[in-house]
Design a protein around this ligand. Structure first.
Ligand code: AP5
Ligand code: MG
Length: 222
């Protein structure tokens, strides 16, 4: 779907389990823009046992944020790749005011800016249900839920046939800490992007397709 010719950098905001990854992936397919997910990049590094992956593991297992300097460098490297020249859908970054400012400066240096920051609003109870039932494909990272969006064959990815697994940080104890960290460190970004005139609030407590329709309408309105 063509919108405007200006690069579209959009930020998916929302608590853990709000549906950022699910929606970012669908938007990426529809808009033809790369999905840049900091969590996916950390997990890929962990799978490959890189120094970055091993450093991130302890933080991720505890549901804490990986330090800003490491995270900012990693995401900036990704955004400097050629496929992000026309924009990107950022999923899970920024997550602190320092990250948001680093992103603003990096985009401004290229005469770009964040055009849209949709906030997916979901209740804490829904988050806990969603993460308890989430399954992810080991190979293509496609997202499923045992009740809300189950795969056709139990444990197997519909898209690539890969094996589905449960994320280590989806244990209820870790989810509670991730929610705490979200309210403390990431929720201030809602005010930040409101002040920049790009915040759009979307009710994320509805079926995936309804949320997607609102997101596409918000993109068209940019
Ligand atoms: P990350 O991977 O980003 O995790 P998160 O933000 O906690 O978000 P999730 O991926 O858990 O949820 P989501 O909103 O993507 O929901 P999803 O679409 O999967 O980060 C993991 C860790 O990495 C962090 O804790 C931190 O340690 C580190 N990290 C990452 N980025 C960082 C950063 N910038 N700075 C520092 N550290 C960082 O959906 C969830 C489930 O719900 C799925 O099963 C899905 O099928 C289902 N679902 C989705 N939408 C709906 C719907 N509308 N109705 C019903 N079910 C739905
Ligand atoms: Mg995600």
């Amino acid at each position: 779907m063509a919108t405007s010719s200006a690069p579209l950098f959009m930020i998916m905001l929302g608590a853990p389990g709000a549906g950022k990854g699910t929606q970012a992936r669908m938007l990426s397919e529809v808009l033809g823009l790369p999905q840049v997910s900091s969590g996916d990049i950390f997990r890929e590094n962990l799978k490959l046992a890189t120094a970055l992956g091993l450093l991130a593991k302890g933080y991720m297992d505890r549901g804490e944020l990986v330090p800003d300097d490491v995270t900012i460098d990693m995401v900036m490297d990704r955004l400097n790749r050629l496929d992000c020249a026309g924009g990107a859908i950022l999923d899970g970054f920024p997550r602190t005011l320092a990250q948001a400012e680093a992103l603003r400066r990096a985009l401004a240096a290229r005469d770009f800016r964040v055009s849209l920051a949709p906030l997916l609003e979901v209740s804490d109870d829904a988050v806990i249900d969603r993460l308890a039932g989430r399954r992810v494909c080991r190979d293509c990272q496609a997202m499923y839920h045992v009740a809300f969006s189950p795969p056709k064959v139990d444990g197997t990815c519909d898209k690539c046939g890969g094996q589905l697994y449960r994320r280590a940080d989806d244990e209820p104890e870790t989810v509670r800490n991730r929610l705490f960290v979200y309210y403390k460190q990431t929720a201030p970004l809602v005010g930040y992007y409101f002040a920049h005139g790009v915040l759009v609030t979307i009710d994320g407590d509805r079926p995936i397709e309804a949320v997607q329709a609102d997101l596409l309408a918000a993109v068209r309105a940019v």
